[in-house]
Ligand binder design. Structure first.
Ligand code: SF4
Length: 339
């Protein structure tokens, strides 16, 4: 279980019961505690250079009050982000958050979960009779802090009662035991971000192993949750086909078909922007991530900046491989996209 090195309470957080109980809990563990205004948080996170700022921030939990309750859109996977947590304790070298969360990417949780869910309720009502989908992991992995906040539990309970809304989140972690016995009504999809153990060992620092994630898949599936898989990023290395084949087979043997009848796959090959590459090289100067521009194809993205993706022949090979393997093991119609 994640144990932060320091916890910072933003002004107002201790006015809430959850804030006070977290304060008591971390104080009893002897963890460094600070209180400050929201704009002073970063000054309490030490470090001398990019690498140490990053590593201290990844061990810093910030407890705050969510003030702005305007939800960001979250296309194409959902209509809105559900802002329960931001940041992540993982240290994946390729992570998209490396360029999103600034030089000190701390983990922030909120004590006013009821306010967030009440706002979700307003968004749902605005869109009736359409269904509204909320994504709980757009700028975070919310699972490692779940034992502290219960935010996912509250959300799953909330969405279980909604006829016109669904909830989904994705994780590389396994702290989901508190969610297993909830009456989720199949309205929450738990997606597991999985990869081959060789990729996890080299690039996904401080995340759960492949076997532990697969064990968590089994638990979620047995509890009847719709289960999805995000295989990302797919890397093309020497034995990639065999390793991904083994992974898919393990997933097939783990998903309980009696309780989980709709499994989905999202598959994203490795890609990077020039900005991300520079940031990654600052934090992980010895990285072995394949970021040689000459080996890639430059592709303009929908947000106005370009990405380096695998060349077309490689992408075609990936598509062919995963389509065939997944269709054979899980049946047709389970792949949402392969990019
Ligand atoms: Fe980023 Fe996900 Fe890794 Fe966390 S687990 S560092 S969100 S890629």
């Amino acid at each position: 279980m994640f144990k932060p090195q320091r916890v910072i309470f933003e002004t107002g957080a201790l006015d809430y019961e959850l804030g006070r109980s977290l304060h008591d809990h971390f104080r009893s563990l002897g963890i460094e505690i600070n209180q400050c205004a929201i704009n002073r948080v970063k000054s309490y996170i030490p470090g001398e250079d990019a690498r140490s700022h990053y590593s201290h921030a990844k061990q810093t939990l910030v407890v705050g009050v969510k003030k702005s309750l305007t939800f960001q859109s979250c296309k194409p996977s959902a209509h809105y982000q559900l802002p329960l947590v931001s940041g992540c304790i993982g240290q994946c070298e390729y992570c998209y958050l490396n360029t999103q969360l600034g030089d000190k990417p701390f983990i922030r949780v909120y004590v006013n979960i009821d306010d967030i869910l009440n706002k979700a309720d307003k968004y749902i009502k605005e869109r009736l009779p359409e269904n509204t989908i909320f994504e709980g992991a757009a700028t975070s992995d919310p699972v490692p802090v779940e034992p502290y906040t219960g935010a996912l539990e509250a959300s799953i309970n909330f969405f279980a009662k909604q006829n016109n809304a669904r909830f989904r989140f994705v994780t590389k972690f396994t702290d989901i035991d508190s969610l297993l016995d909830l009456d989720h009504n199949k309205h929450t999809e738990i997606r597991f971000s999985v990869n081959t153990q060789s990729i996890i060992s080299v690039y996904e620092h401080r995340t759960a192993s492949a076997d532990k994630r697969i064990e968590a898949v089994g638990k979620a599936s047995k509890s009847g949750y719709p289960v999805g898989f995000l295989i990302a990023p797919v890397f093309l290395y020497e034995d990639w086909k065999q390793d991904y084949k083994d992974l898919l087979l393990k997933l097939r043997n783990t998903v309980d078909v009696n309780t989980t009848n709709n499994t989905s796959f999202e598959i994203i090959t490795h890609r990077y922007t020039e900005k991300a590459k520079n940031r990654i090289l600052e934090i992980f100067p010895d990285t072995t991530l394949d970021m040689i521009n000459e080996n890639r194809k430059f592709k303009f993205g929908q947000f106005g900046y370009g990405k380096y993706v695998y060349p077309k022949e490689s992408l075609d090979e990936v598509k062919e491989f995963f389509t065939m393997e997944i269709n054979q093991l899980f049946g047709e119609g389970t792949i949402k996209y392969i990019i």
